[in-house]
Write a protein that binds this ligand. Structure first.
Ligand SMILES: *[C@@H]1O[C@H](CO)[C@@H](O)[C@H](O)[C@H]1NC(C)=O
Ligand SMILES: *[C@@H]1O[C@H](CO)[C@@H](O)[C@H](O)[C@H]1NC(C)=O
Ligand SMILES: *[C@@H]1O[C@H](CO)[C@@H](O)[C@H](O)[C@H]1NC(C)=O
Ligand SMILES: *[C@@H]1O[C@H](CO)[C@@H](O)[C@H](O)[C@H]1NC(C)=O
Length: 294
């Protein structure tokens, strides 16, 4: 049901943007009501790629942060304040990078290639982005940070990080079908501006006798506004403009609609990833100190 709604939203947005082409797209994209399972096979490699960079940052960061952690733990009594201070520290590291440890500057973040493959009845979409630069990651705001003691050495950490303005540029190449036979394709340069992208996480951490691990994590994503331009869409200037405006228009709603369907595998990946990091005794002891569980 929701999937079809996305297609109808898409058609609706096209109608809004350009009433002349409305009828035309309506006929081509409409009439698709099958309800099939949503698959996103390539998303795992996307997460893997991003994780590698982040993992490097955290791994290398631990030794380098040793003195910083001391300072934070000694300065702040409340765990929330310590986490906030740690995030501030991270903001600086993201900007500078740590060449000695081979950790790149993460703002701007450079991604060589991201493959994606969305296979779903009303939206089939395959392609990649290349030579992508993302700017302003370090300008995040911590909109929410709350810790709850759930007893039995379980803590729940609620964190909402908002990126007021992210700018991405690079090259794209994709080919897809919207509905049964509306063909969307193109390759060339692109830019996107994301306004108020927020990531809200609710994480349950369990401290055990010798280790600690994440037992549950919920992730929510919201995007207030997207501006974009994919050059050379459909090899046609005019239609390209139309599709670009349509993408801008539907992006926030499309994320709201699709996120509930794809969140579970992503949450699972992130939990596995974080737990893999927590396996490291050095990392675990830092977290124990931050949480006063020593
Ligand atoms: C992540 O790093 C591991 C080990 O260095 C490597 O085997 C793997 O291919 C990398 N994954 C991606 C997506 O780059
Ligand atoms: C844990 O991380 C530290 C700091 O990066 C590293 O020196 C150590 O080798 C790691 N230990 C294990 C068991 O992976
Ligand atoms: C990658 O992007 C940078 C700037 O964003 C540009 O200077 C460079 O030429 C690009 N490289 C390729 C291979 O497109
Ligand atoms: C995060 O907080 C901001 C500001 O309070 C809010 O607008 C946004 O919707 C929140 N994000 C999520 C995913 O809940």
């Amino acid at each position: 049901m929701q999937r079809n709604l996305v297609v109808w939203l898409l058609i609706g947005a096209v109608c809004l943007v350009n009433s002349v082409n409305c009828q035309f797209l309506f006929v081509r994209a409409g009439g698709n009501t099958e309800d099939v399972e949503f698959r996103m096979p390539r998303l795992t490699s996307l997460i893997g790629r991003l994780s590698n960079t982040t993992f490097g940052l955290i791994r290398g960061g631990v030794t380098l942060f040793a003195r910083t952690i001391d300072r934070i733990v000694n300065t702040f009594g409340r765990i929330e304040d310590r986490i906030r201070a740690l995030l501030e520290e991270l903001r600086k590291r993201i900007l500078r990078g740590i060449p000695e440890l081979n950790i790149p500057i993460l703002d701007p973040l450079h991604i060589n290639r991201v493959d994606f493959d969305v296979q779903q009845q009303s939206l089939r979409f395959k392609g990649h982005l290349e030579n992508v630069t993302v700017k302003h990651i370090s300008k995040f705001n911590v909109a929410e940070l709350a810790l709850k003691d759930l007893n039995g050495w379980n803590f729940r950490l609620d964190l909402n990080i908002t990126f007021p303005f992210l700018k991405g540029t690079g090259m794209y190449d994709f080919d897809g079908l919207v509905g049964k036979n509306f063909h969307v394709f193109g390759n060339g340069p692109f830019w996107v501006n994301l306004m108020d992208l927020s990531v809200q996480t609710s994480t349950v951490i369990k401290f055990e006798l010798t280790r600690l691990r994440v037992t549950d994590m919920k992730i929510n994503i919201k995007l207030r506004k997207l501006e974009n331009y994919f050059d050379n869409l459909l090899n046609d200037e005019e239609t390209g403009q139309l599709i670009n405006r349509m993408i801008s228009k539907i992006a926030p709603e499309a994320i709201d609609l699709l996120w509930p369907e794809i969140r579970q595998p992503i949450e699972k990946q992130v939990v596995n990833y974080v737990n893999a990091i927590l396996e490291n005794t050095t990392v675990a002891s830092v977290v124990r100190r931050l949480f006063n569980v020593v």
